[in-house]
Design a protein around this ligand. Structure first.
Ligand code: CMC
Length: 444
């Protein structure tokens, strides 16, 4: 099947249990019937295909999981060909327009939109869990002044498991719930403290009168004023970015959370694995890489030379391309609108002009159109962060804050799935066998 086929075509539930696949093994001439369910075949059904009794059986080979569904999920639907993204069935455009990040977090975790009372209780719970244990400040003090904030966040999230040892009772509903609340509540505090550590500034404690995004901006930027009150348009823009980053089905970091969580470790350790995966430049680190790329391009006149370098394979056009979207990433479309609104408040950013021109050139170039490479969520998000005066090395940290709700929702779904077992892939061994050990003096 072509990679760009939609989820409906390749797993959205069109197949019935009567569907099957006939496979003839040309090594033996045997034919096998393999059941097709939800547009998938079970890799284990191939194990019975053998050349003889001693044969281990056939395995599937898919190093980057490019065509392997590793779970069933009800959380996020993506149709990569049509550029559709929905959470629990609600289109991302409507959520960005009408909801808030905390409501979307509730939706992802609980499966339904909350009633007014449920939302109020949820927001209250998150708000009263924003403080972190004072000892965490001592860890942060141990980092060098220029430590990357993503490295600091990663360590602190992992460390949370030592403060809440009961979180290892992963079958206890209360423990699961309170871990979800704590993670969502404390992530902005940890992120802001890492930022303040880089600047050598005193930490700003959470302000429970402020909304979730406004409190984060306060913890980042408050100085001597008695109360930090950000422009509501900027707060809204940040909240929309949080919604856009909340979940994105089985990407690298979510798969990491599920894989690590399948060992039945506590949720803080599983989420720390997600933070680590997100750090990479091909994943959450791309937003930081986009800004560095725009800095290097410097001015519009340099775009053709830059794109030549990309086409010659010397570098990547960061913020372009996606494993699933073979069309404009719907999140990029919303962010682009968001950038314009933010820049109305903060003033022009010359990098935006370079980015818009770069996008135009790329979308006019067969190299990119033939490969279905379009802007992804990270192409414009950095522009909003920069307008909010957030430094480049904080961009991925800000991605991690809202993605925490998606990681938790996926972690909970994984635990409740009767098909879940500890993740343990196979390998095709191609190395040497049965060698005699050679003492060091006899080696050539
Ligand atoms: N610039 C130039 N060429 C590209 C790019 C790019 N950004 N992305 C893909 N290609 C080419 C690639 O070289 C390959 O060409 P060929 O067929 O000639 O070998 C073809 O397009 C297919 O690419 P691929 O690497 O097989 O695609 P993939 O699905 O493995 O990778 C990706 C997806 C997102 C890692 C990749 O597109 C990429 O590296 N993009 C830049 C990094 C980026 O923006 N990442 C953020 C992703 S969205 C947010 C998130 O998930 O965190």
């Amino acid at each position: 099947m072509a990679e760009e086929q939609t989820q409906d075509q390749n797993g959205g539930g069109v197949a019935t249990s009567q569907d099957s696949l006939s496979v003839t093994d040309n090594r033996t001439g045997e034919t096998y019937e393999v059941e097709i369910t939800d547009g998938t075949v079970k890799a284990m059904d191939f194990r019975g295909i053998k050349v003889d009794e001693d044969d281990f059986g056939l395995m599937t080979y898919d190093p980057a999981y490019t065509n392997t569904a590793h779970c069933r999920s009800d959380i996020t639907y993506i149709d990569g060909a049509a550029g559709i993204l929905q959470h629990r069935g609600y289109p991302i455009e409507q959520l960005c327009e009408q909801s808030t990040y905390l409501e979307v977090a509730y939706l992802l975790i609980h499966g339904e939109l909350p009633t007014r009372q449920q939302l109020d209780d949820w927001v209250h719970e998150i708000t009263v869990h924003t403080y972190i244990h004072e000892n965490i400040k001592s860890f942060l003090d141990g980092f060098r002044y220029d430590a990357h904030p993503m490295g600091m966040l990663l360590s602190c999230v992992g460390a949370l498991s030592t403060f809440y040892p009961d979180a290892k009772k992963i079958d206890d509903d209360f423990e699961r719930h309170i871990a979800a609340v704590r993670l969502i509540a404390k992530m902005p505090t940890l992120a802001a403290f890492a930022y303040r550590h880089n600047l050598g500034l005193p930490f700003v404690y959470p302000d429970n009168d402020l909304s979730y995004p406004a409190n984060f901006l306060s913890m980042l930027f408050k100085m001597t004023e008695l109360k930090y009150e950000p422009d509501p348009r900027l707060t809204k823009a940040l909240d929309v970015l949080f919604i856009l980053h909340a979940d994105h089905e089985q990407n690298c970091s979510t798969a990491a959370v599920r894989n690590v969580g399948s060992s039945q470790v506590d949720p803080y350790s599983a989420v720390a694995a997600g933070v680590a995966a997100l750090y990479g430049p091909l994943h959450g680190g791309a937003n930081e890489a986009v800004l560095r790329m725009l800095d290097r391009i410097e001015k519009k006149e340099n775009i053709p030379d830059f794109l030549k370098g990309v086409k010659d394979g010397n570098e990547r056009l960061m913020g372009f391309g996606h494993r699933v979207y073979k069309n404009y990433d719907p999140r990029a479309r919303i962010i682009k609108k968001n950038v314009d609104e933010v820049l109305e408040v903060t003033g022009k950013n010359p990098k935006l002009e370079i980015a818009v021109e770069l996008e135009k050139h790329a979308l006019d170039d067969e190299y990119f159109t033939d490969r279905k490479l379009y802007p992804n969520v990270d192409f414009y998000s950095g522009m909003v962060y920069e307008a909010l005066q957030i430094p480049t090395n904080m961009f991925t940290v800000i991605f991690a804050i809202p993605r925490t709700s998606g990681w938790i929702a996926q972690w909970m779904e994984m635990l409740d799935d009767p098909d879940t077992k500890i993740a343990r892939p196979r390998q095709v061994y191609k190395g040497e066998r049965d060698r005699e050990y050679v003492p060091i003096e006899q080696r050539g």
